[in-house]
Design a protein around this ligand. Structure first.
Ligand code: NAD
Ligand code: ZN
Length: 235
């Protein structure tokens, strides 16, 4: 039995109908990220940023976990040690049944108060009031996600590196592997001896160091990964 660590990105949710940022048909073809997903944009126009998030939340609420999300939940059930590190903020892994999750970039269903600092889940969709106000103090709320130019939570990041360094198998699914520090996790895992599997229909900077490259979409690719884990005796 092995320590299995997985890193997922927007590509795994593409099959649930949620657009990626960088691939074809990505969100950023319509919206420029630097206009919306930054602290500066939010300070300039919280209403505009919240309207965009409200739309994304509605889209995500309609989405269902994909085959790939479900296979990951199954691998977790069969594995001795399993950690899922995700860059996604949509909560679809939880919905599919995954439990041991490290959310690097936060969660779109959570909010954080700029006045009193409270964090809590606010699942109302569509939002009745934009921008929404804090239940505790009436202050301005922001989505509890990591924006461009912001630091990741150091505790979350430390856990992600801790797990990556100790992985026997590291699986990367649907990430362009260009957003740091997330993109560094598979490299660290490989440096510490992990067997590295990549699932992505396109070439990425990780493809060079991967032990197995599965050039498929997430659903088909994860079926293959499941077989590989069985064959290797990891699960
Ligand atoms: P990205 O947009 O940079 O890259 C997406 C990758 O997915 C590409 O490499 C693409 O080739 C691949 N891909 C496209 N369709 C696929 C499919 N069907 N199966 C497998 N792979 C597929 O995404 P990223 O690397 O996650 O980038 C980072 C940022 O985007 C993160 O910060 C994340 O928070 C944010 N994001 C999250 C969501 C979400 O929560 N669902 C959606 C969009 C963006
Ligand atoms: Zn508050």
């Amino acid at each position: 039995m092995s320590r299995i660590v997985v890193l997922t990105g927007a590509g795994i949710s593409a099959e649930s109908g949620i657009p990626t940022f960088r691939g074809k048909g990505g969100l950023w073809e319509k919206f420029r990220p630097e206009e919306l997903a930054t602290p500066e944009a939010f300070m300039r126009d919280p209403r505009l940023v919240w309207r965009w998030y409200d739309e994304r939340r509605q889209m995500i609420k309609r989405a269902r976990p994909s085959e790939a999300h479900r296979i990951l939940a199954r691998i977790e059930q069969e594995a001795e040690h399993f950690v899922l590190i995700t860059q996604n903020v949509d909560g679809l892994h939880q919905e599919a049944g995954s439990r041991n999750i490290i959310e690097l970039h936060g969660n779109i269903w959570r909010v954080r108060c700029l006045s009193c600092g409270q964090r809590y889940y606010l699942e109302e969709t569509p939002l009745r009031e934009i921008p929404p106000r804090c239940h505790f103090c009436g202050g301005l709320l922001r989505p509890d996600v990591v924006w461009f130019g912001e630091m990741l939570d150091p505790d979350v990041l430390e856990r992600a590196f801790y797990e990556s360094e100790r992985a026997d198998v590291f699986i990367v699914v649907g990430t362009s592997a260009v957003v740091y520090p997330a993109a560094h996790l598979p490299v660290v895992a490989k440096q510490h001896g992990a067997f590295l599997i990549e699932v992505n229909p396109e070439d990425t900077p990780l493809s060079e160091i991967a032990d197995v490259i599965i050039r498929e979409k997430a659903g088909t690719g994860m079926k293959r990964v499941y077989e590989i884990l069985k064959e290797r005796g990891d699960i």
